[in-house]
Design a protein around this ligand. Structure first.
Ligand SMILES: NC(=O)c1ccc[n+]([C@@H]2O[C@H](COP(=O)([O-])OP(=O)(O)OC[C@H]3O[C@@H](n4cnc5c(N)ncnc54)[C@H](O)[C@@H]3O)[C@@H](O)[C@H]2O)c1
Length: 356
């Protein structure tokens, strides 16, 4: 759309930043690849990946060679001061991520692509998004499925009324961790629900022993057994423990299933007297990967003000839902309005020796 080239910097040169795990290359459907920030950035027109940053010197050198980047920094502040990127991509772990966002927004960076989850609390998320807004810094987010052609096609089908009125959305990510995996589930629910207004959330999680340190601190990344998010328009979002990376959209006249992590779409429409019609399988054409689309949108937002397909309201609401899932479970599976969850409630994201 333009010949301007944005100078980009990447902070965090680990697996998702610079080195896609080899087994993912063989197993992920087309809409996922290129996945790493560095690869996807280099595959998107309108960017020059000009600077890398990682606190790990060895990894930084390896990434600089692999991605042919001349400028490498151990400190992101120095990277921003010296390399002066227009756009920064953040692929560090969650702790401290909002400090990075605030720092770069306050120093003239015009666009940022941020890994999920954005933070470990609502307060941090709100603060970081407010700083982006007051500095007019654009953002796209690492909940990538909403940027992929297959999920976009499924949403078009729902909006065209192909399964009647949307009733329920089920995200099937398996029995897995709240902050590590369910930012994806929650974002899918928000993407399909047709509103960000939530009536209540209830959930059941399993916490590690000793993880609940106080009413405002869970030192854990809880396993989500089940969660229900009731939207104000009557659509129910469900996070189940069913595995397979499926998304099932139930409507009044049938269902659409996005299967195998976005490899295909099945449409099952009810015939006369509710008898099922044969299932139709659709394999949408994939133009670019979700990450490349996120960078394209960010580029266009920075250069010409075109709104990105994820809003800061959706990012904030996603974070509030994640926190409400943990909070509901701590209160015995109570139905919680989002304003009943303290903005200072922290879920650290710790699992084993690792953090989300
Ligand atoms: N969107 C997706 O599909 C997806 C997939 C996997 C991981 N993730 C998310 O991406 C994040 C990173 O995951 P990963 O598996 O790549 O982790 P990783 O540990 O492999 O990489 C993180 C890198 O950030 C570096 N780092 C940490 N703090 C830094 C700082 N202050 N300055 C510079 N570098 C710093 C670390 O040294 C490390 O190399 C996680 O939050 C995870 O949830 C997203």
């Amino acid at each position: 759309m333009t010949e301007s080239v944005l100078k980009a910097g990447l902070i965090g040169c680990g697996r998702i930043g610079a080195f896609t795990r080899p087994e993912l290359r063989d197993s992920l459907p087309a809409g996922w690849l290129p996945l790493s920030h560095a690869e996807a950035m280099r595959a998107t027109s309108g960017y020059e990946l000009a600077a890398l940053c990682d606190v790990d010197a060895q990894l930084l050198d390896k990434a600089a060679v692999a991605h042919e980047v001349a400028h490498a920094f151990r400190d992101y502040r120095e990277m921003v001061r010296v390399a002066r990127p227009d756009v920064v991509s953040i692929a560090t772990r969650t702790a401290g991520r909002c400090d990075v966002i605030e720092y770069i927004a306050q120093r003239g960076v015009r666009g940022v692509h941020v890994e999920k989850p954005i933070s470990t609390s609502i307060a941090d998320c709100r603060r970081a998004l407010a700083t982006l807004q007051s500095n007019k810094t654009q953002i796209t987010y690492g909940a990538l499925r909403r940027f992929m052609d297959v999920y976009r096609k499924a949403r078009e089908m729902v909006r065209a009324g192909e399964i009647g009125e949307l009733i329920q959305i089920e995200a099937q990510m398996g029995r897995t961790l709240l902050l590590w995996n369910h930012p994806h589930s929650v974002d899918l629910l928000l993407y399909f629900a047709g509103t960000v207004q939530v009536e209540y959330v209830w959930a059941h999680c399993t916490f590690q022993e000793g993880a609940v340190q106080s009413a405002d601190l869970v030192d854990d990344d809880p396993l989500v057994e089940q969660a229900v998010i009731r939207f104000s328009n009557g659509v129910t979002g469900c996070i189940s423990s069913v595995s397979g990376f499926g998304l099932v959209l139930y409507g009044s006249k049938g269902a659409i299933i996005v299967g195998a992590n976005g490899a295909w779409i099945d449409r099952r429409v009810s015939g006369p007297n509710h008898s099922p019609e044969p299932t139709e399988r659709i394999i949408p054409q994939v133009a670019v990967s979700g990450r490349v689309r996120a960078y394209q949108e960010l580029r266009d937002a920075v250069l010409s003000g075109t709104p990105c397909s994820i809003s800061t309201a959706e990012i904030l609401q996603g974070q509030r839902i994640l926190m409400a899932i943990a909070a509901s479970s701590l209160r015995g599976g109570a139905s919680l309005r989002l304003d009943e969850v303290s903005e200072d409630f922290v879920v650290s994201g710790k699992f084993g020796a690792n953090f989300a």
